[in-house]
Design a protein around this ligand. Structure first.
Ligand code: HEC
Length: 156
């Protein structure tokens, strides 16, 4: 009798522990809208950067689009300040915990990127294609400057 009571207690205790731990784990691993929104902003950065590169390489003749892409990149760089709320990790995210554990370093990477996007917009407004090329290369370095320390390598 005493023995089966102990078993029941142990089972109940285990169930409680699972009930407490399981949801927390599920929340941490699930893909979330916040995370997917961040990836959408990042993809948009990649898209505008790719389009700008095609123009600068003269693969396409749309020099008139340079300002539009540069201003889009600048706008997206401002939005980037809002897309890394604490704890916004989830399944499919390549964001690394150091974004929050090393907030000062991450903040520096973010502001270097925003300054580079401002410089690109300024060069595009001035219509100076050599300066645009230099600024686009500078911006590209700041993408890598954040990805290297704060983004995990792709899995699989
Ligand atoms: C301040 C940090 C930071 C900067 C600057 C930054 N990124 Fe990212 N980027 C990230 C992180 C972190 C991820 C992973 C996000 C995730 O999976 O939750 C990412 C993901 C991406 C992705 C993959 C998106 C997807 O669909 O999974 C692309 C593309 C990308 N970045 C392009 C760029 C480009 C282009 C620039 C520069 C113009 C840039 N990023 C600047 C941090 C940054």
């Amino acid at each position: 009798m005493a023995r089966s009571y102990a078993v029941v207690t142990r089972t109940a205790l285990a169930a409680c522990i699972i009930a407490v731990l399981a949801p927390a784990k599920a929340v941490a691993q699930e893909a979330t809208p916040v995370m997917e929104y961040r990836q959408t902003i990042m993809s948009s950065l990649g898209t505008h950067r790719g389009a700008l590169t095609a123009i600068l390489n003269e693969d396409v003749p749309h020099e008139g689009h340079v300002l539009g892409h540069a201003l889009s990149l600048q706008q997206l760089s401002v939005m980037a300040s809002d897309i890394f709320p604490e704890g916004s990790l989830g399944e499919g995210s390549r964001a690394l915990p150091d974004i929050w554990d090393d907030a000062a370093g991450f903040g520096e990477a973010l502001s270097a990127f925003q300054s580079a996007a401002d410089a690109l917009a300024e060069a595009a407004r001035a219509g100076d294609m050599t300066a645009v090329g230099d600024a686009a290369a500078g911006l590209g370095r700041t993408c890598g400057g954040c990805h290297r320390p704060y983004r995990a390598r792709p899995t699989g």
